[in-house]
Design a protein around this ligand. Structure first.
Ligand SMILES: Nc1ncnc2c1ncn2[C@@H]1O[C@H](COP(=O)(O)OP(=O)(O)OP(=O)(O)O)[C@@H](O)[C@H]1O
Ligand SMILES: [Mg+2]
Length: 250
């Protein structure tokens, strides 16, 4: 499965990405998690020891220069838009409890839609991982989807939009669906998070209309407490069961 996780800020994208990755790893499946958020937080959620010491690919200046032929942070230079990346997952991935992780450091576009060298490398690597790698891939994304690009989007099996009970996250989900459809992602599903009761579930299902909801995660102090500790180590069996069923419905 190649899964991209999106949604409004703070709805629980990183939480869901980490829980899914951990569930796959626990089954013994190969899983590669990718943090594409410029404000990276997936390493912490996955329990990596020193998340702040993981350098994102976009900040590996020597590597960016070696592969693209241009210095990062510069504009107007010629550089390779298709740098070699096949060897990079093994080189730059970190591993913890069976989950491999690559921190990309965001996919930014320069002014006027131009691409800078570090973005070209990040994009090429994301494309390679989605198209070529034989393992489960979970991408923790920002709300936008355009940066995936059409050729990558075609190969993402499913985009999961996380929603919480609230109109802003519902509207964001509809907007994301529109954008995703435009770039060719057909399979879009939703997961309701921070659910307190049946009313919350009904609110989400009624308002999302044509986006299928494949699971609801409860609002729980366990997730908040786990976040205080740093890593998401959830022992709540209701959450584990829900994650299992979400996994099966992807
Ligand atoms: N089911 C839940 N119950 C209680 N708190 C939750 C739940 N899910 C997430 N949270 C809390 O909400 C906050 C945001 O969660 P998370 O970081 O996963 O969201 P996000 O969508 O990745 O945010 P961002 O847009 O900043 O990347 C965290 O403090 C997290 O612990
Ligand atoms: Mg996040």
């Amino acid at each position: 499965m190649k899964v991209a996780i999106t949604g409004k800020g703070g709805v629980g994208k990183t939480t869901l990405a980490a829980l899914l990755a951990q569930a796959w790893a626990r089954e013994g499946a190969k899983v590669l998690a990718i943090d594409v958020d410029p404000v990276a937080s997936l390493a912490g959620a996955l329990g990596f020891a020193d998340p702040q010491n993981i350098t994102p690919l976009s900040q590996m200046n020597e590597l960016v220069e070696e592969r693209t032929g241009a210095k990062p942070g510069t504009m107007g230079q010629m550089f390779k838009l298709n740098p070699t990346v096949d060897d990079l997952p093994e080189k730059i991935a970190h591993e913890h409890n069976g989950v491999k992780l690559i921190v990309m450091g965001g996919i930014k576009e320069g002014g006027g839609g131009c691409v800078c060298p570090e973005s070209a490398l990040v994009k090429a690597l994301v494309r390679h991982i989605i198209l070529q790698r034989d393992e489960h891939v979970i991408m923790d994304m920002e709300a936008g989807v355009e940066h995936l690009g059409r050729s990558t989007a075609d190969s993402v099996n499913v985009m999961v939009v996380v929603v919480e009970p609230g109109m802003r996250s519902i509207r964001a989900a509809q907007q994301i669906k529109k954008l995703a459809t435009q770039i060719g992602i057909k399979n879009i599903k939703a997961v309701g998070n921070k659910i307190r009761d049946v009313e919350d579930k009904k609110f989400i299902t009624d308002n999302l209309k044509d986006i299928k909801v494949i699971g609801f995660l409860p609002f729980t102090s366990e997730i908040i407490d786990a976040d205080k500790q740093g890593a998401l180590e959830i022992k709540n069996s209701q959450i584990s069961e829900t994650i299992k069923s979400i996994k099966n419905s992807l």
